[in-house]
Every structure is written in structure tokens, then in C-alpha cells.
Ligand binder design. Structure first.
Ligand SMILES: Cc1ncc(COP(=O)(O)O)c(C=O)c1O
Length: 431
């Protein structure tokens, strides 16, 4: 890997924001750039780095497309900074049906995807040096946006040995006088874990005790497999301040429309200033993309179009099954089967894992087998033996992908087994 660009001034070179050197977004980083180079040279790659449904042949449901085209004549002006009132009413009503307290249109903020709203809400919340409790692994925008808004991500572990579930006792030990918020991603990207209600209740209790904001990324809330259930946090949080994030990108397969929403729930007095801060920051960027906002009512009130894809015979279900079966059959892989979301996060184990580096592996896999995956360490974990694939391709493609992965790992395992340990009196054993 090449060294990251320097952000320090040197003669004739524009300086950029220094804290960018702490920020990584490898889902679209160096490996993706190398993939583009290879494609420009005529190589054909299977790219599994981005959870981008449209790139794998999925379409947004027709009733959402019609909602936009039917209203296109109304989309020229800016909207209110929080978004179209009718769209916000529809979201508030849908979340009130889920049991969210204070679900009112005035507490809904529409944004250019959840991405913009994550950044905006952290900017509204943080002062320099404030800490945010972020899951490890995380969706790396959460770390990046915390850092770029002058905060510090403090990681709580979601270990593979614990089915990628967090330990509330550990979360509480990480709370300091600087902690402002707890981030939850449920269902989780990259692990696919879904969090049971008792676990969420314990985390809510920690937020209540230490007066922390809950920031709950529920963008995969309806992408669930087998018997998995989804438990929204805001109804459990009640009067505890909570921002719930979701949008059209995943459940409705419309990433490119850039439509997300954030709902601020909890005691009015407690969230008062945060509402004002988010409204002000929303006003500074005028409004979110307007045509996309017209699809929201149709999405939240229309028919369920995702469950069939996640049920046996459905495209996502069958691809997930192909991954689970491939990992079970491989002597080199272990997988905590994803219960939700659009990803699998397998671990490399056994002989192939000796001296394993997830970046080297991802590069080798791309160069030699034409498959692009994301190294696990891109998701802010201290270990380097995982990788992430999206579940969006067809099952047959995924079976082919895992055959290629196994080829690379078998070569590595074989190479390890051939290495005869060299005894040296002068050199100390490696730590
Ligand atoms: C957990 C999570 N949150 C937020 C986002 C950003 O979504 P959006 O397209 O709404 O900006 C993603 C995108 O992959 C995600 O996985």
C-alpha cells in the first residue's frame, strides 16, 4: 500500500485539512483505484466492495420511480431545509406506528443520503475532544465523520466470538467525562449482526444514566434473513435523546437518489438545542435533493418489496446461502452467518491465516483471480484476518467468487506448510 498523502504544507503545495490523514474510507480507496486501472487495461473484475444494489441489476420499485416522475414538475424549487412537509409527515407516521415517541414531522430531517445526516448531526453535537462510542467493526463513515467534526471515536468491541454482538458492560467502562454519544448500527454493516431487545435495553440504560445521545443507524432495518427480527431503538429509548437514521438506499434499492432521513426522538427539553443546531446546519446547505424526496411517501406507505428478496428463493437469500455454504465447505474460512443487511464478514483461519494480512490478500485476490473485496481492517478492527463481501451478486457468481477465494487461500496454506522454521542462535524469536 502506498503511504497516505501528506496534509502538511510544503513549498508550492496546497495544505489540506490535517485531520484527513486520520481518515480512511477503503471501500472506495486504493484497491478500488487499482481495480479501475485493471479494468482500463481490459481485465474483467467481480467487484464486491460496495453495497450498491443498482450496480448489481436491482432496480428501485416502480411505484417509487413513478412517484418521482409524476411530480417532477414540482421539483425545481428548494424545499424547507428539513425537507418536504408531506414526506416528513409520512416518515413520522410510519415511525409512530413502530412505537417511536414524539414522532412528528418537525423532528424529521431529510438529507442527501444517511451519509450527509451522519456528518450533519455529529457536526451539530461535537466540540473539540468530545468522544463518541463507535462499534468495532464499524461502517467507517461513522469514524471519519467523528474525526472530521473534531471528535474522537472510542471503539467498543463487537467480537466474532460473541456473534459480533457488543458487550454493554464494556461499553459502560468506556464512558468518560468527554463521551457524548453511543453509535449503534443495527442490522450491522459489515457483520450482519442484529441486536436482541435485552441487549439494546441495556445500552439504552447506559445512555440514560450518563446522559448520552443514542445515534442509531437503522438503514438495513428491513433486510432480515431466516428468523431474524429487528428491534428499533427509539421506542426503547423513550425520553432518552435518540437520532434514528434510515433512507431509500438499501431497503428500497435507490442509493443513487441520495435520500436519507434522521428522526430526533426523546424528551423535548433535552433535545431542544440539538434540534436547532441540526436545523441551522440543514439551512446552510439549503435542502436535500428534491426529486428524491418525492419518492418517500410512496416508499414508507407502499407495498413491502424487500422481504421476498430476503426469503428462501429470493435473490439476497440465495446469495447469502451460497456464502454460508461456501464458508462451511472451506477449510480456510469461518463465518458468523449474517442475520441482516447486505454483507458477509468471513474470517480466514487455519494454516492460511499464518502471517495473513488482509490488504495483501485482497490485492492478491484481485490481481490473480479478478475479485475485489474489502479488507476487514478497513472497518476499524484491530485484527487483520477478515474481509467483507456484499451479498448483492447472483448466487452463481458468489459460488464462483468463493471458489477463487479458496484457490488463493489454499496456495497460501500450502506455502506456509512448506516453510521450514529456521533456527537462529543470534536472532531473538519474533514477538
Ligand atoms: C451502515 C450504513 N450507514 C449509512 C450508509 C450510507 O447510506 P446512504 O446511501 O443513505 O448515504 C451506508 C451505506 O452503505 C451504510 O452501510
Amino acid at each position: 500500500m502506498s503511504t497516505p498523502p501528506t496534509h502538511k504544507p510544503s513549498s508550492g503545495v496546497l495544505a489540506t485539512r490535517e485531520r484527513l490523514s486520520e481518515v480512511r474510507y477503503e471501500i472506495r480507496g486504493e484497491l478500488a483505484r487499482r481495480a479501475r486501472d485493471l479494468e482500463a487495461q481490459g481485465r474483467s473484475l467481480i467487484k464486491l466492495n460496495i453495497g450498491n444494489p443498482g450496480a448489481f441489476g436491482f432496480r428501485a420499485p416502480p411505484h417509487l420511480q413513478q412517484a418521482i416522475t409524476g411530480d417532477i414538475d414540482h421539483t425545481d424549487p428548494y424545499t424547507h431545509q428539513q425537507g418536504l412537509p408531506a414526506a416528513r409527515e409520512a416518515i413520522a407516521a410510519a415511525y409512530a406506528r413502530r412505537g417511536m415517541p414524539n414522532a412528528e414531522a418537525d423532528r424529521v430531517f431529510l438529507g442527501n443520503g444517511v451519509s450527509e445526516l451522519i456528518d450533519l448531526s455529529l457536526r451539530a453535537l461535537l466540540n473539540p475532544g468530545d468522544e463518541v462510542l463507535v462499534p468495532s467493526p464499524d461502517y467507517p463513515l461513522w469514524s471519519a465523520a467523528t474525526i472530521l467534526n473534531d471528535g474522537r471515536p472510542v471503539y467498543y468491541r463487537c467480537d466474532p466470538g460473541n456473534d459480533f454482538l457488543p458487550d454493554p458492560a464494556e461499553i459502560e467502562t468506556l464512558v468518560s467525562s468527554r463521551t457524548r454519544a453511543i453509535v449503534l448500527i443495527n442490522p450491522n454493516n459489515p457483520t450482519g449482526a442484529t441486536y436482541p431487545r435485552p441487549l439494546l435495553e441495556r445500552i439504552v440504560a447506559i445512555a440514560a444514566k450518563h446522559r448520552l445521545l443514542l445515534m442509531v443507524d437503522e438503514i438495513y432495518d428491513q433486510v432480515l434473513y431466516d428468523q431474524a427480527t429487528f428491534e428499533p431503538v427509539a421506542p426503547l429509548a423513550g425520553e432518552v435523546p435518540c437520532i434514528t437514521f434510515s433512507g431509500l438506499s438499501k431497503v428500497h434499492r435507490a442509493c443513487g437518489w441520495r435520500v436519507g432521513w434522521a428522526l430526533l426522538s426523546g424528551d423535548g427539553a433535552a433535545v431542544g438545542n440539538l434540534h436547532h443546531a441540526m436545523d441551522l446546519l440543514g439551512a446552510l446547505r439549503l435542502c436535500a435533493n428534491v426529486p428524491g424526496q418525492y419518492a418517500i411517501e410512496a416508499a414508507v406507505n407502499g407495498p413491502d418489496t424487500i422481504s421476498a428478496l430476503c426469503a428462501p428463493g429470493g435473490r439476497l437469500y440465495e446469495t447469502r446461502r451460497a456464502v454460508i455454504e461456501a464458508c462451511a465447505a472451506s477449510e480456510h474460512l469461518e463465518l458468523v452467518a449474517p442475520a441482516g443487511a447486505l454483507y458477509a464478514f468471513p474470517a480466514v483461519v487455519g494454516a492460511a491465516a499464518k502471517g495473513f494480512d488482509d490488504h495483501d490478500f485482497a490485492l492478491e485476490l484481485m490481481e490473480s483471480e479478478g475479485v475485489l473485496v474489502v479488507p476487514g481492517s478497513s472497518f476499524n478492527v484491530p485484527y487483520r484476518n477478515h474481509f467483507r463481501v456484499t451479498l448483492l451478486p447472483e448466487a452463481a457468481t458468489m459460488r464462483e467468487v468463493f471458489a477463487r477465494i479458496d484457490r488463493v487461500l489454499s496456495r497460501r496454506a500450502e506455502a506456509v506448510s512448506k516453510v521450514v522454521p529456521i533456527k537462529s542462535k543470534s536472532r531473538p524469536a519474533a514477538a
